[in-house]
Design a protein around this ligand. Sequence first.
Ligand code: PEP
Ligand code: MG
Length: 556
Amino acid sequence: METTLRGVGVSHGVAIGEVRHMGTAVLEPPAKQIPPEDAEREQGRARQAVEAVSADLIARGNLAGGEAQAVLEAQAMMAQDPDLMADVDRRIAVGSSAERAVYDAFASYRALLAGAGEYLAGRVADLDDVRNRIVARLLGVPMPGVPDSDEPYVLIARDLAPADTALLDPTLVLGFVTEEGGPTSHSAILARALGVPAVVALAGAGELAEGTLIAVDGSTGEVFVKPSDEKRARLEAAAAERKAALAASSGPGATSDGHKVPLLANIGGPADVPAALEAGAEGVGLFRTEFLFLDDSKQAPSEEKQVEAYRKVLEAFPEGRVVVRVLDAGADKPLDFLTPGDEPNPALGVRGLRSLLDHPEVLRTQLTALAKAVAGLPVHLEVMAPMVADRIDAKAFADACRAAGLHAKYGAMVEIPSAALRARSILQEVEFLSLGTNDLAQYTFAADRQVGAVARLQDPWQPALLDLVALSAEAARSEGKSCGVCGEAASDPLLACVLTGLGVTSLSMGAASIPYVRATLAKYTLAQCERAAAAARATDTADEARVAARAVLSGE
Ligand code: PEP
Ligand code: MG
C-alpha cells in the first residue's frame, strides 16, 4: 500500500527508484591489549592510516571542486589534528591497538565537541565520517559510504557526510533522503550544488527497507513509499513538464509582465563560477569568502592569494554584478585565529562582522585585496558584511570599506531580526541590504539551523519570516535602495514569487536552482506575486502560507 512521508524538500526534481542505505554501521574494533613492544609499530600504522585518509579526502575534494572541496579539506585537517593524534599515540602507549586507539580518541573528541554547544552538531557528522574511514582502513574492511551498485538508486542516510555528498554520481544516485539535517545544512547546500533531488529531516527514513520503491519530490519534501502506477505516471509527467519549462526559459529573471528580478548565484570560490555561468546567472549575489580561509585555521590567507581568487571571480562577470561577503567566521564556521574557543553559545557570540571588528587587520587585508582585484575591471562590485545587528555595526563596516579605498557599493546582510526591524536606520549607513534568510530564520525562531529536530521552525515560509522580509524590502524601497535575498529561501521557485511580491529586488541561490526559479517567475505577473505574498502573510503557519500562495498563483 502506498504511504506518504513528509520531510523538507531541499533540492528540486523528482527521483523514483529503489532504496539503498548508506553504509553507516559504526565499526567498533575489539578492545584487546597489545604488548608494549608492539606500541611503536601500532603508532606507525595509525599515522599511516590517518595520512592515507587525509590524502583521500583531499583527492576527493580536488575532484569535486567548489564548496565541496573546501569542506573535504576541512575534514582532512580534522583527521590530522595534532591533539587528536597525540591522544591516539598516548592510548597506544598504554596498550590499545591502533584501531581501538583511533576509535576511543575520536569518541572523546566527539564528546568534547558535542558538549561545546549545539553549533558543532554539524561537525560531529563530519568527525564520525573521518573516524569511520580511518578505522575501516586499519581493519582492512571496505570504506563506509555510498553503496556499491551498478543500478541507479535513491540513497537513504541518517545524515550525509560531505565526503560522500561530494562524490555522489548523479547518473547512479537518483536522489537522496536523510533523517537529519535542516534545509540549510551543509548536505542540503551541497545537494543543490550537485543538482540531485533531495529531502532532509525525514523522520523514519532509516526504517525504509532496502530495495523498496520510493518516489522523492525534492520540491515539496514528499516521499511516496511504494507509489501506485498512477502516482508514478503523474509524478513523471509533472517532472517532464518542469524540465520542458526549464529548457524553454533563458535570459534575465523577470515576471511575465516584465518586472525585472536579477537572478544571481551563490558561490564559494572560483571553482563554482562555470556552473553559475552555465545556469545563466546574471552575476553573483553571495560570494562566501570564508571558504578561502578554511585551508589554514591558524592564519588568514595572504593578500596576494585573496587578490588572485577574487579577481578570477570578478573577471568572469564583465559588466555583471558580484556581491562579495566579507569573512563570516564563528558559530558553525569557527576559525582558530578569530573565534574565541570558550563561548557558551557561539551562535550568539563573536561571529561574522563581530569577529572582524575585533580583528580589524583581517578585515583590512580582505578589503584591500578586493580593491586591488577589482582595479581596471568593468564589473559592478558590491561588498557586504554578515551579521549586522544595528546602525553602529553598519557604520563600522562602511568606515572600514572607505578607509581601505574600496570603490564598491557597501551593504549589510539582514540575518538578525533587529536588522530587519530597524532596516531604515541601517540604510542610513549602507547602500543595499541582502537578506540571509538561513540565519534570519535561525535567530527569529531560536532554532539552530544544524538541528533536524527543529526544521519546522527553519521553514522559510514561516509567516513571521515573511513579515521580516517585507519590513526590510519596504524600508529599502522607501530609501530608494535595493534589498535582495541570498539565503536558501530564494531557491524555492514558489517562494521566489512570494519574495518578489514582498518587494525583494534580486534573488541569489545555488546555480542549479536558477532555471527553476526563472521558469516559475516568468509565469506570473508582479500583481499576482504581490497577491500571493499578501495571502501567505495572512496565514499562521508555513504550510498554510505555502497553500495560500499556491492557490493564488494557480488561480484556485
Ligand atoms: C544566510 O544566513 O542566509 C546566508 C546566506 O549566509 P550563510 O548561509 O552562509 O550563513
Ligand atoms: Mg548567514
